[in-house]
Ligand binder design. Structure first.
Ligand code: NAD
Length: 256
């Protein structure tokens, strides 16, 4: 089938971390563009609530699959479920993650490991299980959700940056490796975004929250839709010549 340049009609997308926040916004955006979408998350109940809401507008185009994607077997189970429900995926958005934001020496071995598991291993396993179908089809779009803190050095972000920086590095490596297979690999890097997580940071640590806003020349945090819109573009056929990029959606918090 010839792909329409500015629509995702006839395509299948998978979004990790799709139960909440930015991931849920991306799921909705891809559905609006015409894709069939499988949202996956470790939070089974959150997925069920989101699926029920989205099904009202998008019917059977939305499906969900609970999985711990920091484990290879979780990613493999997701791959099987997507193939069974909709067929091979053309689009993978790696949005599962979330930071344990604290000064480096206040981390425990457990919080450091959880940070790397959530933000890096999820991307590695999901990319490994979905890439072979994309290679077979000579077409694919992988979009990762990284972090602008890797570029602007936000306070208390060292552990998180280690994970997200790994993801940024995976982006350029995979983009190079699969450039001749019709597959693009990019990362969208937000600074602070107006999510439930952000609301909690503002409440629990207003000084830290203010420090995040202070690095943003536009003087505000981003909106979920502003991130989802960039992901939507990168997922389209017309974005064919954009690969290996880390694109900040950040109100100018890092420039270039
Ligand atoms: N909110 C921000 O300000 C901000 C800024 C920069 C980057 N990000 C990144 O954007 C993404 C979405 O963040 P959010 O703010 O919407 O947070 P969020 O916590 O609402 O979303 C993260 C999702 O990932 C899921 N998840 C975590 N570990 C998982 C695992 N092992 N397997 C499957 N799912 C798992 C969570 O259940 C959650 O639904 C994250 O990767 C985050 O690091 C967020």
């Amino acid at each position: 089938m010839k792909k329409k340049q500015t629509s995702l009609e006839g395509q299948v997308a998978v979004v990790s971390g799709g139960a909440h926040g930015i991931g849920l916004g991306i799921v909705e955006r891809l559905l609006q563009l015409g894709a069939k979408v499988v949202a996956s998350d470790i939070d089974r109940d959150g997925l069920a609530v989101s699926r029920e809401r989205l099904a009202k507008s998008f019917g059977t185009s939305i499906a969900v699959q609970a999985a711990d994607l920091s484990k290879e077997r979780g990613a493999q189970a997701l791959h099987r479920a997507v193939a069974k429900r909709f067929g091979p995926a053309q689009i993978l958005v790696n949005c599962a993650g979330g930071g344990v934001i604290r000064p480096f020496l206040e981390h425990t071995p457990e919080t450091l490991k959880a940070t790397i598991d959530r933000n890096l291993w999820t991307v590695i396993w999901c990319s490994r299980v979905f890439l072979p179908d994309m290679i077979g089809a000579k077409y694919g779009r992988i979009v990762n959700i990284g972090a602008d803190s890797v570029r602007n050095g936000l306070p208390a972000h060292a552990g998180y940056n280690a994970a997200k920086g790994g993801m940024h590095g995976l982006t350029t490596g995979l983009a190079r490796e699969f450039a001749l297979n019709g597959i693009t690999v990019n990362t969208v890097a937000p600074c602070a975004v107006n999510t439930e997580v952000w609301a909690k940071v503002k409440k629990s640590n207003p000084r830290l929250a203010q420090a995040f806003v202070d690095v943003i020349p536009m003087g505000r945090v981003g909106e979920i839709e502003e991130v989802a819109s960039m992901v939507g573009y990168l997922a389209l056929p017309e974005a064919a010549f954009v690969t290996g990029q880390v694109i900040s959606v950040n109100g100018g918090s890092a420039m270039l």
